[in-house]
Design a binder for this molecule. Structure first.
Ligand SMILES: C[S@@+](CC[C@H](N)C(=O)[O-])C[C@H]1O[C@@H](n2cnc3c(N)ncnc32)[C@H](O)[C@@H]1O
Length: 286
């Protein structure tokens, strides 16, 4: 794993892990959690399948899933480098908030015994179709990651990419992940970094952030994410997701963004800007 800037394996985390419940939420997180019902979140995600707007092929077709996967790993080109999808052959892997199952299919194709849960029925239905196209076996269940129906110590790996920041109670998902993981099991999770190039760009260009209209939407500092993961004795946080050229813009906007901003930003030595990556990848071991 490259570019680890925070590593916490010592006694401080063990001490924090005994302090349930978690550290007090920041104001940002209190606002996020007020008046949010699971039903509102489910409804939003039933109506807003992630990245759906980029697909040209009929929803649910094999070509549709291929388009979503191509788009995802071009935008998130760090992901297959940070997460070895082939590493979990024969291991029981749970994905929380699996969406249509793009990452999950990689784990399943490499032999992981996969279970995907999501609040949104449309996601689960599409993930089932994707598994059928891909010819893999995986269980998909409609379930709330904040109150899971699995026995304690069921899974070797829990994966939640881009989910905690859209949940009403992200701490509950961490708590549940800890519970359902076997001793020595691993949690891999991603949240958005509040102190990052993307919110700055978004403010300067007055464009909204992806799904910032969702009923629950949160960003986190590196310290907050680390505190959230503090039930786990071993935690690493790796900022990732730096600017990549996009085909979504055209004309002057494309020139300014792709040729000037993206190239300029990526010319800066990565160690100088790593802490401003938009995605905070969290790796925790129980
Ligand atoms: C931005 S999408 C990410 C989907 C997928 N992980 C990906 O990276 O493409 C967020 C997903 O989290 C799901 N979600 C939000 N809160 C959840 C919860 N408490 N339990 C299970 N899924 C949840 C939503 O339904 C939605 O499918």
């Amino acid at each position: 794993m490259n570019g680890v800037i925070i590593e916490c394996t010592g006694g401080c985390c063990e001490m924090k892990s005994k302090r349930f419940p978690y550290p007090l939420p920041t104001i940002d997180r209190i606002i996020t959690a007020v008046n949010i019902t699971t039903e509102a979140i489910r409804q939003y995600w039933n109506d807003h399948i992630h990245d759906l707007e980029i697909a040209r092929s009929p929803v649910g077709s094999a070509a549709f899933f291929q388009e979503l996967a191509t788009y995802r790993y071009n935008k998130l080109r760090y992901l297959p480098q940070q997460v070895d999808f082939t590493e979990f052959h024969g291991k029981k892997l749970l994905e929380i908030g699996c969406g249509v199952g793009i990452d999950m299919m990689r784990f399943a194709q490499a032999g992981a015994i996969c279970t995907g849960i999501d609040l949104a029925d449309t996601s689960i239905a599409l993930a089932q179709q994707y598994a059928a196209h891909a010819g893999v076996t995986a269980d998909f269940l409609l379930m709330d990651g904040e109150a899971m129906l699995f026995e304690d110590e069921t899974f070797d790996v829990v994966y939640a990419h881009g989910v905690l920041q859209y949940a009403a109670d992200p701490d509950a998902i961490i708590r549940e992940s800890y519970r359902v993981l076997k001793p020595g099991g691993r949690l891999i999770a991603m949240v958005y970094n509040r102190v990052s190039w993307l919110p700055l760009m978004s403010a300067l260009t007055r464009t909204s952030l992806e799904h910032d209209d969702a009923p629950a939407f949160g960003t986190f500092s590196i310290g907050e994410f680390q505190a959230m993961l503090s039930p786990f004795p071993t935690v690493e946080i790796v900022p990732e997701r730096f600017p990549v050229a996009t085909e979504l813009h055209t004309g002057l906007k494309a020139t300014l963004y792709n040729d000037i901003f993206v190239k300029g930003f990526n010319a800066i030595p990565r160690p100088l800007v790593r802490r401003f990556g938009w995605h905070l990848m969290g790796y925790a071991t129980k």
